[in-house]
Design a protein around this ligand. Structure first.
Ligand code: UDP
Length: 245
């Protein structure tokens, strides 16, 4: 077993899964595809059924990104708030998909929205997880100029997660974009410092630094590959592990 497989197999009792908003588009160019949400919900259920405590952070890029809004002349902070509202829509879509297959959930938003979901309360979120509910954290960190990757890193630290799983459309972190360069080599393991110094754009630097400070491993894997989430947690699946080394 490699060092990274040992990390996965022995330490993942409570995890945070980060998915980009774009993952929820499925085959479409925009928005939320309910069939895709259902397939991700089934992936989460497979792990949930093993007794692993799970929380989720979902991005908003399938609906709105602050930087694109500001590039079109909007005030950046307002555009970012719109992006955060998009993540709340995605959280509700995943909640509905998970509850549809019998997984109890709670959505907690960093921007309070009392009639729609709970506000973010750390101790309450921990209690939900202890009671076997999947907690979906929406609205990132609740402030403009941040990303949901940073929101995921922050919540992973606050919840005391053993690892942060970053679900992407490829099998891990590569030297070059594997969609453009099919021979590009996949890294098995990387240190946080490698990711920052090589400027590998897998998560933003704020998120990576926060994970480094808290020594929480990041596992990058292909969320679209059926069964891969469970394989990775069992220490078997193809992925890249980012840790202190
Ligand atoms: N956003 C923000 N603060 C946060 C999280 C998100 O301002 O703490 C905004 C930002 O505009 C971002 C958008 O929400 O572009 C959607 O989030 P993100 O780009 O992280 O989504 P993803 O790329 O994961 O789909």
């Amino acid at each position: 077993m490699t060092n990274s497989q040992t990390i996965q197999k022995t330490k993942c009792k409570r995890i945070l899964l980060k998915m980009s908003g774009e993952a929820l588009m499925g085959p479409n160019a925009f928005g939320i595809d309910p069939a895709t949400c259902l397939s991700f919900a089934k992936e989460v259920k497979e792990v949930y059924d093993e007794g692993i405590e799970i929380c989720l952070v979902i991005g908003g890029g399938n609906i709105f990104r602050g930087v694109s809004g500001s590039a079109q002349g909007m005030e950046r902070a307002s555009a970012d708030y719109m992006g955060m509202l998009a993540t709340i829509m995605n959280a509700l879509a995943m909640q509905s998909a998970l509850e549809g297959i019998g997984v109890p959930t709670r959505v907690q938003s960093a921007i309070p929205m009392a009639t729609v979901c709970e506000p973010y309360i750390r101790r309450r979120a921990q209690r939900h997880m202890e009671k076997g509910r999947v907690v979906i954290f929406a609205a990132g960190v609740g402030s403009p100029f941040f990303t949901t990757d940073t929101g995921a890193a922050l919540r992973a630290a606050e919840m005391g997660c053993d690892c942060l799983l970053k679900g992407t459309g490829v099998d891990g972190v590569y030297e070059a974009d594997p969609k453009k360069e099919p021979d590009a080599k996949r890294y098995e393991e990387l240190s946080y410092t490698d990711v920052l110094s090589k400027n590998l754009k897998i998560m933003d630097a704020t998120a990576i630094s926060l994970m480094r400070e808290n020594n929480i491993p990041i596992i990058v894997f292909n969320i679209r590959h059926k069964g891969r989430l469970k394989e990775v947690i069992d220490g078997k699946g193809i992925c890249t592990t980012i840790h202190g080394k």
